[in-house]
Design a protein around this ligand. Structure first.
Ligand code: TRP
Length: 491
């Protein structure tokens, strides 16, 4: 009865599309390609694959199993395990809250760029005002009302989908969006690798570069790969706990826990093939202002140049619109999972009291609150409008024996630090410790085997993962993130 009220996936395929949709997002497109190229190429890929195999699969299985077993969102799940763990659920819930606030601002950028290229197709200058890529980006991010408008459009789309419910909204949308996304990215890959000079990008991406690893240091490379993996798979904040809670006992958890990371990693490689060869081609062709890089600069400046100047003309605008639409779809299927985590908590509470879930109202209210929280990162121009100095700057904080400068350039960095930097790796580490040592991995075995007639295949492997490998890896990610955000100089 409770399950009926909360909602359920209509099919395993639909669930997979939603979970893969959550995993595939901006992280894959603007993070993975450059990180791979800059951190040893092919060797980075091997390290990444090893991390997915030994940490990603197990963490995914752990989250899905906890969700399905307890049938609740992230806070409810930890509370059911033990009242004293409720706060771990809150860590995840709050992470979703903060990530979505800035993710939606960035999602709005993709909508703006999609419209921009679309308009350019019909009339030159209509989309980007005849400005150069860098100049346009610079003027856009400090134009707060427009950034807010697109933030509102993106959040609005997210809210509408989540309002539709699990099978009627999230699943329906993802089941169409995800296959489309794969087809679209393949089209972009074909265009990208057939450009003259694309080998420059392919080489940057694949060449096993031991020198780079020596120079950067193996520990730093590992840290980069582990941080990327865990954000990309949407782990550590209970997204997969929440999605798992809508899964029927008939579905094979072990298989699902492997398919999602494999699809996400495949897509990450495809986005690298879509992005880097195009960037490389125009470096080769000598287009000014095109270079390898990561983050918003790659997505909104370099790639804008690739389409507007490198390809140019009607086809450049066409592929620009096509590409940013693709990125928009990837971002929305992630943002709906973030909003669902936040919404599920209140739905669970109402269902537990025997009330109707009132999903529409709760989703709308949560969405609006997160939209408002997004005002700060939307209005500070990503730190570019400020004259001198960082936004938050506490010159000396004593951490143990070390003096550290705590500084953030913009609100986005600050929100990111709270969530991705601290709460999520901490949450994932505690989850695996709880599964490995407190509840014992027999819990995983029982949940996996609650599927009629199914016997767990890799129990010993999961056991070792939960007890040792995942906690260690997550502790390492946590240190790495703290190091990144606070410049502790550990690595
Ligand atoms: N994985 C998504 C990306 O790569 C972002 C995301 C969605 C996420 N839900 C999450 C990250 C939960 C961490 C936790 O862009």
């Amino acid at each position: 009865m409770e399950q009926e009220k909360r909602g359920q996936w209509a099919s395993n395929f639909g669930f997979l599309m939603a979970a893969i949709g959550s995993a595939i997002g901006l992280g894959n497109i603007w993070g993975f390609p450059y990180k791979m190229g800059a951190n040893g190429g092919f060797i980075f890929l091997i390290i990444y694959l090893a991390l997915v195999s030994f940490v990603g699969f197990a963490t995914m299985l752990g989250e899905l199993a906890l969700g399905r077993k307890y049938g609740m969102g992230v806070i409810g799940t930890y509370r059911k395990i033990s009242e004293k763990y409720t706060w771990i659920g809150w860590l995840g819930w709050l992470s979703g809250f903060f990530i979505l606030a800035f993710y939606s601002v960035l999602g709005g950028f993709t909508v703006r760029y999609f419209f921009g290229f679309l308009l350019e197709m019909f009339s030159s200058g209509a989309g980007f005002g005849g400005m150069d890529s860098g100049a346009f980006f610079g003027s856009y991010i400090i134009n707060a009302p427009v950034v807010l408008l697109y933030h509102a459009i993106f959040m609005g789309a997210t809210i509408i989908i989540v309002m539709g419910g699990i099978s009627g909204g999230i699943e329906k949308f993802s089941a169409i969006a995800m296959p489309t996304l794969f087809v679209m990215v393949i089209i972009v890959v074909i265009r990208s690798v057939t450009l003259e000079g694309s080998f420059v990008g392919l080489e940057f991406m694949f060449k096993p570069d031991i020198e780079a690893i020596k120079e950067i240091g193996l520990m730093r490379v590992l840290k980069t790969a582990a941080g990327q993996m865990f954000f990309s798979l949407s782990l550590g904040m209970g997204c997969m706990i929440t999605y798992g809670s809508y899964l029927s006992k008939n579905e094979n958890l072990e298989k699902n826990a492997m398919i999602i990371p494999i699809a996400d990693t495949t897509f990450a490689c495809l986005s690298a093939l879509a992005v880097l060869p195009a960037v490389g081609a125009f470096i080769y062709q000598g287009v000014e202002g095109v270079s390898f890089g990561a983050g918003p600069g790659l997505l909104f400046v370099t790639l804008h140049r690739v389409f507007s100047v490198g390809m140019g003309g009607f086809m450049g605008n066409f592929f620009g619109a096509f590409f940013y639409f693709l990125v928009f779809i990837a971002a929305v299927t992630s943002s709906i999972s973030l909003l669902e985590v936040c919404t599920a908590y209140f739905i669970d509470k109402r269902v537990a009291k025997g009330l109707s879930p009132d999903r529409k109202k709760i989703t709308l209210i949560m969405g609006i609150i997160i939209f408002l929280l997004g005002f700060l990162p939307a209005m500070d121009g990503l730190g570019s409008g400020r004259a001198g100095g960082a936004m938050i700057d506490i010159p000396a904080v004593i951490f143990g024996m070390k003096e550290v400068r705590v500084a953030f350039d913009c609100w986005l960095d600050f929100y990111d630090m709270i969530s991705e930097g601290v709460f999520m790796p901490l949450g994932a580490m505690l989850m695996s410790l709880i599964i490995g040592w407190k509840l014992k991995t027999t819990l995983i075995k029982e949940e996996v085997e609650s599927t009629p007639g199914y016997q767990i295949r890799a129990y010993n492997f999961w056991d070792i993962c939960f007890k040792f490998i995942v906690p260690l890896a997550m502790f390492f990610v946590l240190l790495g993130q703290l190091d990144d955000f606070f410049g502790l100089g550990i690595f």
